[in-house]
Design a binder for this molecule. Structure first.
Ligand SMILES: *Cc1c(COP(=O)(O)O)cnc(C)c1O
Length: 411
């Protein structure tokens, strides 16, 4: 047995309490390093989906709104996600997509800070974040400034009371760099502005500490680390003290204080329910509720410890195997999300060659091999095997093969 294999075995023993592999259905022969883009199917998600279709929809029919509490599912599942992101109950609701929730939070934030003209976001954010921020700002007559996250505190201080909102991601989707949520939040609060955090690449993989860090608003994805399933609805967080002033620009009936009063006038619910819009995608939402049971009995701190151990061993294994590609991801633990991104001029072909070997990661423009480490279902043994595949692809120059260089549309 090699040193790396022995180390992997030791670490798997040390972290056995957070091993949820048996709760997931990972195909034989696959090392799945894309749970940060589409989380894997869990046994509970599959069983819940089947139950929702056959029993709840099939037998309960419309009675399921009460008998299976479909009506309360957005808040119920929101509270479960709240536990994972450090939000006390009553501040998170599952609804719509991340894109739509971001639009709602940016408009609401600007109305909570009237007279302030500027919104900041990172130019390298996931593109939908920039597009949505721009369209919300255009609609409201605000200025969108694109300021990289490391430069944001200084720019926030300069803008002072003209800043309404800083909208940033906790973890960069491409490089996997984790930013300092409490520090950036404080910088915005120092000038009286609000912060909205995008948690797409952190929720479910690490502690977020929304309440503790002072976050005002947050959005995040249900289908990445949370493994809610393709197209699972997203979530939105509104800090309790902001609920009375959170105006939902999309004033749909499900955010109404008395939806079945069928009133002509919109009267928002006093609670986080006001962030709802229309009828939830219940097959998806309830499937996600099943998926979240994979976290039962685990603390998010322990999940984070496992994640850091996995990414740390992967980096160590690459070094030991002589893989000298530049890391886009910081080596320091405090600045690392739950992924390791490598730079390679032929990153696309490298990813295709890895997929052919059963190591599924993804490519991100322009030169990023992005490998996500979903802590619940990956082992340290997987990590060492993945590093060995990366080394073999590079040593054998497999990325030079035509079959791996030809681009398809969805990567
Ligand atoms: C995945 C992701 C999204 C996805 O938004 P959808 O509305 O679900 O398509 C948005 N923002 C970030 C940062 C993401 O990583």
């Amino acid at each position: 047995m090699t040193d790396l294999a022995a180390r992997a075995r030791d670490l798997d023993d040390q972290h056995s309490a957070t091993d949820r592999r048996s709760a997931f259905r990972i195909p034989e022969g696959v090392i799945y390093l894309d749970g940060n883009s589409l989380g894997a199917l869990s046994v509970a998600a599959a069983e819940t989906a089947a139950d929702v279709v056959a029993r709840q929809w099939g037998e309960q029919l419309i009675r399921a709104w009460n008998e299976s509490d479909w009506w309360g599912a957005p808040e119920r599942v929101g509270d479960r996600i709240g536990e994972l992101v450090g939000a006390a109950p009553g501040q998170v609701v599952v609804t719509d997509s991340t894109s739509i929730n971001l639009f709602k939070t940016i408009v609401a934030a600007s109305r909570m800070r009237p007279g302030r003209s500027t919104v900041l976001t990172d130019p390298d954010s996931f593109p939908t974040d920039v597009y949505i921020a721009r369209s919300a700002c255009d609609l409201l007559g605000l200025t969108l400034e694109l300021v990289p996250t490391p430069d944001a505190p200084a720019r926030i201080a300069e803008l002072g009371d003209s800043l309404a909102l800083a909208a940033y991601s906790q973890v960069d989707y491409r490089t996997g760099e984790q930013w300092d949520l409490p520090a950036l939040t404080r910088a915005a609060h120092d000038v009286g502005a609000l912060v909205c955090w995008d948690l797409c690449h952190s929720a479910g993989a690490m502690p977020v500490g929304l309440d503790e860090g002072g976050a005002d608003l947050a959005v995040g994805c249900g289908y990445k680390y949370l493994s809610g399933g393709p197209g699972a609805p997203a979530f939105v967080y509104v800090r309790r003290e902001h609920l009375p002033s959170f105006e939902n620009v999309l004033s749909g009936w499900q955010g109404h204080a008395n939806p079945f009063g069928m009133s002509t006038d919109y009267d928002p619910a006093a609670t986080i329910t006001r962030a709802r819009v229309g009828t939830a995608p219940l097959l998806s939402l309830l499937t996600m509720e099943g998926a979240l049971t994979a976290y039962d009995g685990l603390s998010i701190e322990d999940v984070r410890a496992r994640s850091l151990s996995l990414t740390g061993l992967f980096i160590e294994a690459l070094d030991a195997l002589g893989v000298d590609l530049p890391l886009a991801t910081p080596r320091e633990e405090a600045r690392r999300g739950s992924q390791v991104s490598l730079r390679h001029p032929e990153a696309y072909a490298v990813v295709q060659a890895l997929i052919a070997r059963g190591v599924i990661g993804d490519f991100r423009e322009t030169d990023i091999v992005r490998l996500g480490f979903s802590p619940l279902y990956l082992s340290h043994a997987d990590v060492v095997a993945a590093a060995e595949h990366v080394a073999a692809v590079l040593e054998g120059r497999e990325f030079e093969r035509d079959e791996f260089r030809a681009r398809s549309t969805v990567t």
